[in-house]
Design a protein. Structure first.
Ligand SMILES: [Zn+2]
Ligand SMILES: [Zn+2]
Ligand SMILES: [Zn+2]
Ligand SMILES: [Zn+2]
Lengths: 139, 139
DNA sequence: ACAGTTAATGAAAAAATATGTCAATAAAAA
DNA sequence: TTTTTATTGACATATTTTTTCATTAACTGT
């Protein structure tokens, strides 16, 4: 998602792509490992962007599908730039680097579970964790 | 996990299975969809169990592996009783009834992702949602 | 460019969530 | 029973998130 495209999307729905919103978006684009709100606030405070705006913008981008959060086993919440739609995250437990993996086929599994439980399975929330190539080397 | 077994586990490690701890555990057993701390506090306030104890007991049970927290896409934190080890929940989006499904085989998918990303995939969080038999009938 | 209109921001307050302290209490051990 | 130890709950404190509202900035039409 380029800055221009994002601007267009904001404008389409009568919203303004302000300098603050652009800065928040940029920050997440520049940090593929994702950031907590606290981290984002610390960085963006230097640019005089308020915490309130960060909370609001994160929520905006999240609702639009361009930011999503992951949680590591320790329970930390971090937000990551992402594409809208059904995707999953693969997160490194060591360095928190994350990549998106949009292909998943759980249909066979979902059918199995549907048969066993008699539920209608409509979807899933899935997140992978492991070690990125770098961290595997250094461990 | 029966109450007796849990009591034995607490005692084994020199801890006491008090009435408060039992009440907290019971509450989560009775709510398979899980509860937020706030919900648990509201219910257990009637039995004069303090918020502090609830936080502490939830942490205890979590450390022991009998309670785990789920952080769904809506951002809600809920704790739910579970067995230690690897399981998943299948939750009805209508009535919140949930069943545990411990069998999952994502090995093929994990291998595919590992090849594509060069990550070492160690595990996953997975939660299914859909409709339970009852709700399917009445919709 | 200018005035009118609407949306967004930021500072502060308020609310919600989580943790720490410590005297009183309850359970187990002696 | 008496002593010892773990646990609880009231309260204080800290952290995180949301709300409020006056000010500021961005768009609109002229
Ligand atoms: Zn890594
Ligand atoms: Zn999927
Ligand atoms: Zn149902
Ligand atoms: Zn699994």
């Amino acid at each position: 998602m380029s800055t221009e495209e994002l601007k267009a999307l904001f404008n389409q729905s009568g919203q303004r792509f302000t300098a603050q919103r652009e800065a928040v978006w940029q920050l997440f684009v520049e940090h593929p490992r994702g950031l907590t709100i606290a981290q984002a606030t610390t960085v963006l405070a230097e640019r005089k962007i308020s915490q309130t705006t960060i909370y609001r913008t994160v929520k905006n981008l999240q609702d639009m599908g361009y930011l999503r959060w992951v949680h590591n086993p320790e329970g930390e919440h971090r937000y990551l730039a992402t594409r809208p739609g059904h995707t999953h995250m693969l997160v490194c437990r060591q360095c928190d680097r994350a990549v998106e993996c949009s292909d998943c086929d759980l249909s066979v599994l979902e059918q199995l579970i549907a048969r066993k439980t008699d539920f209608t399975v409509e979807g899933h929330y899935l997140e992978f964790y492991g070690l990125c190539p770098n961290c595997r080397k250094t461990l």
